[in-house]
Design a protein around this ligand. Sequence first.
Ligand code: KDG
Length: 323
Amino acid sequence: RVDMVTLGESMILFQSYNQGALQYEPLFTKSLAGAESNVAIGLSRLGKKTRWVGRLGSDPFGDLVLTTLSGQGVDVSHAVRDHEAPTAVYFKDFKRYGDPAVYYYRKGSAASRLSPEMVDEAWLEGAGHLHVTGITPALGDHTAAATRKLMEMARKKGLTVSFDPNLRRKLWSEETARETLLSLIPLCDIFMPGDEEAEFLLGKLEIEAYGEAFLNMGPKLVAMKLGAEGSIGFTEKASVRAEPFAVDRLIDTVGAGDAFASGLLSVLLDHREKIADGLGEAALHEALRRANLLGSMATQFKGDWEGLPTLAEVHGILDGEKS
Ligand code: KDG
């Protein structure tokens, strides 16, 4: 049994060793990145069985993606190797104040060649939940169509589906991004935008109005990330706010949203059958708190996922709070 399956592009990430300006840094560390595989790793550390599906080049970087993910307990048996296109790479630049800048080298990558005909029902075999992001549809019309097909397939097979818009402005035009992301919302049960993404999609509204508007599009649960304000969850029955966790040393914000998704799903997947009828307030609050905790932990370590906790660590922190 697989708790969650996800589809996306995973890349090799190069980060400057000294966290200096990219152009002058002589040393780089090499790791794995990719929003969806970040979520798979996060959930796996929290004790869930996860599967990552994606296309990789037949190159050493593709090998590294597979060995890293399987080392983190993620099932990669459905990953596909492309013999003509490479695994993508990307660089993080820590020079700027605030969020690191990212530079992608991913045009024409193996993952960007995903098309609807390649989508395979076997990817969902034995799985209860599918998680997708707005990054895969940003790679091209054919990857958008493939994402849509997999979401529809999952729903038909009775899986629950979560969708994080992960808006990456560098990858596509504003109009295509808005139109495509909005068109995928009705295909998910759990929608998890950030406040800036909500504004991008619907214009400036009160936070509560975003919740109502997204619920009206079809999802049963909307979990909104509010940055330093924590998060808020909406269902037909309730709206619940969860306080943020302090960030003592802000190092790297990239991956925080994926950490949030892992924390949230780690609780929601234990209540999967209740999502359709509206999850209770206590479970929703627990999911949001854990999501906030993971989001804050991710920002305090270099790398997208290296700072993510195990379930024992989460219990240690959250139980410590109560005593
Ligand atoms: O959410 C983190 C991702 O942005 C990062 O891992 C790289 O998947 C990535 C992307 O496309 O930006």
